[in-house]
Design a protein around this ligand. Structure first.
Ligand code: SF4
Length: 287
């Protein structure tokens, strides 16, 4: 593992991370359906989306089998830290940017770990910093009015040993209600389930229905906005409960999960040994 110094001389103190404002709530109450007892399970937006794409791919995540590390994912992870820092502490000067990137990598165990996986040495970071700077230069053009908090962690346990958790990139106030934003550093693809998951988490934990949840591509400027209703979230929570039930049943019985090929196979750790995935990859290669 490559470890960079975590010292942060350029960083100001921030009180915005995980900002939380209790409110009187008279909105929808979403009920998580009862599920059979079983192994403790933590559901994130990523694991839910993976399950909806291909149950066996989600199962691989729960076995801690992940796809190979990638440079774009590393740059994206670093850029998210920089965006949060900008929102919390203010603009980052060009003369500080390199140092700030190194501080963020040094203070984020996940980034440090991925640096090691990618075989990157601190002396090889200049290209990573340049790519992150290009994203940041686009990011600073986005309006920040109504900013409430960045990298807001949300976690609930709506049924015994069923934990839903996530981290919202940014929360803004819109007409007195929260608007949740998920920054993307590439194109936006099929974001509805992920955005719905964040809205559901917010309702369950903060008892406050977001006015909207948005995916915003910093790279392309695309914006995908959804305004979830109570009925939407109740339908979503029913699908999450079905996932929990199916995964627990499969883990108990040892039966294989369904494999569903699609574009997501590209980043699946099981691709090499999966006939469904290889067939999907062949079709995609043929355009
Ligand atoms: S390669 Fe594709 S079909 Fe096979 S397990 Fe992975 S996501 Fe599913």
């Amino acid at each position: 593992m490559t470890v960079l110094a975590a010292a942060s001389p350029t960083r100001k103190k921030s009180a915005m991370r995980a900002a939380r404002t209790p409110v009187q709530y008279d909105g929808p109450v979403i009920e998580f359906p009862a599920v059979p007892a079983g192994e403790r399970i933590v559901v994130s937006a990523s694991s839910f989306v993976a399950y909806e794409q291909c149950p066996e791919k989600a199962n691989a995540r729960y076995r801690q089998e992940y796809g190979p590390p990638s440079r774009p994912a590393f740059v994206g992870g670093l850029a998210h830290r920089i965006f949060a820092r900008h929102l919390q502490d203010g603009p980052i000067g060009a003369d500080q940017f390199n140092q700030v990137c190194r501080e963020e990598i040094g203070s984020a165990p996940a980034l440090n770990f991925r640096m090691g996986e990618l075989g990157l040495k601190p002396s090889q970071l200049s290209g990573i910093v340049s790519e992150t700077q290009a994203l940041y230069d686009r990011f600073v053009r986005f309006p920040t009015e109504g900013f409430r908090g960045a990298e807001v962690s949300v976690e609930v346990e709506p049924q015994p040993d069923v934990v839903l958790q996530g981290r919202v990139d940014a929360v803004f106030d819109e007409d007195g209600r929260p608007r949740l934003v998920d920054w993307k550093t590439g194109r936006i693809f099929e974001a509805d389930d992920q955005l719905g998951f964040y809205a559901l988490l917010w309702v369950l934990d903060r008892t406050e229905l977001p006015v909207a949840v948005e995916a915003v591509s910093v790279k392309t400027g695309e914006r995908h906005r959804t305004e979830p209703s109570e009925a939407d979230l109740q339908a979503l929570v029913t699908r999450i409960a079905a996932m929990v039930t199916a995964l627990r049943a499969g883990w108990d019985s040892g039966e294989a999960f369904a494999r569903v090929g699609g574009p997501w196979c590209t980043y699946c750790p099981l691709l090499d040994g999966c006939s469904e995935g290889r067939a999907a990859a062949t079709v995609m290669a043929q355009g």
